[in-house]
Design a binder for this molecule. Structure first.
Ligand SMILES: Nc1ncnc2c1ncn2[C@@H]1O[C@H](COP(=O)(O)OP(=O)(O)OP(=O)(O)O)[C@@H](O)[C@H]1O
Length: 251
């Protein structure tokens, strides 16, 4: 099955009179790995949640493969959309295997837990452990396995690696990219971290005050493109790279 396209068509969401997402229109090709970046409060999570209807827009539509997500029951929609967020919310009284299979079980189906653990590089022997006996990175892998269990076409990651140490974060990021490619997903990744966006995504959208103010490839961004807001976010990774280079040269 070809990867699913995603369209935001004039999407607006207001909270208390403020447009937190303000008339966003953008088309995302199936198979893209899009990073949504921007300063805190710019509306990234709110926009992301209009895809799986955790947020219902006040105006506009979201289309997956041309179908309006507002049509039909939200639980059915969510079965086709993997969702991973920071502090993944595993059920503490369920084992790893039960956590991974919960979505499928609610839908009246079985999940191939062993295959899913393999997919996210967790030893099968962990299936019977409880979340409290796992590291943060391992818990996040369980969350990813759970999100992938219903074989979604779209994967949403909301600061999914936020609470992890940089090495685990980097490893999981690379693994998500590999899974994205292998499973033919359309993936949207919300992140504060411009370096992460540049290294993982095929396209970077920059949000500011509810609007998309930058839309560029990582290569364009690295070469100074994407507009002013994007370049101000580029300052951090650029500065870090310069300082590392200076260290290498004994500075
Ligand atoms: N349910 C809500 N009720 C009222 N205001 C909300 C609600 N959800 C979000 N907001 C406000 O909307 C704005 C955008 O929030 P959002 O979480 O989308 O931003 P963000 O870019 O993802 O931020 P961060 O990077 O800090 O997570 C913020 O000012 C937030 O306080």
């Amino acid at each position: 099955m070809p990867a699913q396209s995603l369209v935001f068509d004039g999407v607006t969401k207001r909270f208390g009179g403020t447009a937190v997402v303000d008339d966003v229109s953008v088309a995302i090709e199936g198979g893209s790995l899009v990073a949504l970046v921007g300063t805190s409060g710019s509306g990234k999570s709110t926009l992301l949640k209009t895809i799986n209807r955790l947020v219902e827009p006040d105006a506009g539509r979201v289309l997956i493969d041309g179908s309006d997500v507002a049509e039909g029951p939200a639980p059915l929609l969510r079965r086709g959309i993997g969702y991973v967020f920071q502090g993944i919310g595993l059920f503490p009284h369920l084992t790893v295997a039960e956590n991974v299979a919960i979505g499928a079980r609610i839908a009246g189906r079985d999940a191939d837990v062993a295959a899913l653990l393999d997919l996210v590089a967790l030893p099968r022997a962990m299936a019977d452990r409880y979340p409290s006996a796992l590291s943060g990175g391992q818990q996040q892998r369980v969350g990813i396995a759970r999100a992938l269990a219903p074989k979604p076409g779209v994967l949403l990651l909301d600061e999914a690696f936020g609470a992890l140490d940089p090495v685990t974060r980097d490893t999981l990021g690379q693994e998500i990219r590999a899974l994205h490619e292998r499973l033919g997903l359309t993936t949207i990744l919300v992140t504060h971290d411009m370096a992460e966006a540049l290294l993982l995504a095929t396209r970077v959208l920059v949000m500011q005050a509810g609007r998309i103010v930058g839309d560029a490839s990582p290569r364009d961004l690295a070469n100074g493109g994407g507009g002013e807001a994007a370049q101000s976010l580029m300052a951090v990774p650029r500065h870090q790279a310069e300082r590392l280079r200076a260290l290498e040269h004994g500075g």
